[in-house]
Design a protein around this ligand. Structure first.
Ligand SMILES: [Zn+2]
Length: 137
């Protein structure tokens, strides 16, 4: 776990603070919309956000649920988490995913895709051509 955290920290420290602002209109992630229903949290615009991120919903759901230390499932277009979560927490987790798996650490653009070679995973950037080794979600 320490290794993973320090990797994440290292990845994050390489991203300029204004990375998200600079990518501007090409990469606008809508605000996370949550609804608490009983003891569950419904993420209402999950589908819309993963479409913009261009990542498989299953992977994003797994990452977010893992970070929130809870279970997550799909119900229609919604992602549903067991437990009550506040929007700020979910946004923070989503930003962590974006920093680690969407934003190219070399040029800070979001034009990336995930490639798999054997057991290794890479983030390939179509903007600058960089290939960055990543850990699978
Ligand atoms: Zn790049």
């Amino acid at each position: 776990m320490d290794d993973y955290d320090s990797l994440l920290d290292r990845a994050r420290s390489q991203i300029p603070e204004d990375a998200f602002k600079r990518s501007g209109e090409r990469f606008q992630v809508p605000s996370v919309q949550l609804m608490i229903q009983g003891t569950r949290t419904i993420w209402q615009n999950f589908q819309e956000i993963i479409t913009i991120l261009n990542r498989p919903g299953k992977e994003v759901l797994k990452f977010v649920a893992g970070q929130l230390a809870t279970g997550g499932t799909f119900e229609g277009n919604n992602a549903v988490f067991q437990g009550k979560f506040v929007t700020e927490n979910v946004i923070e987790v989503l930003n962590r995913y974006i920093s680690s798996y969407v934003i190219c650490p070399v040029c800070t653009r979001p034009d990336t895709s995930i490639l798999r070679e054997g057991t290794a995973y890479y983030m390939h950037c179509t903007a600058c051509g960089a290939r960055t080794s990543i850990r699978p979600v």
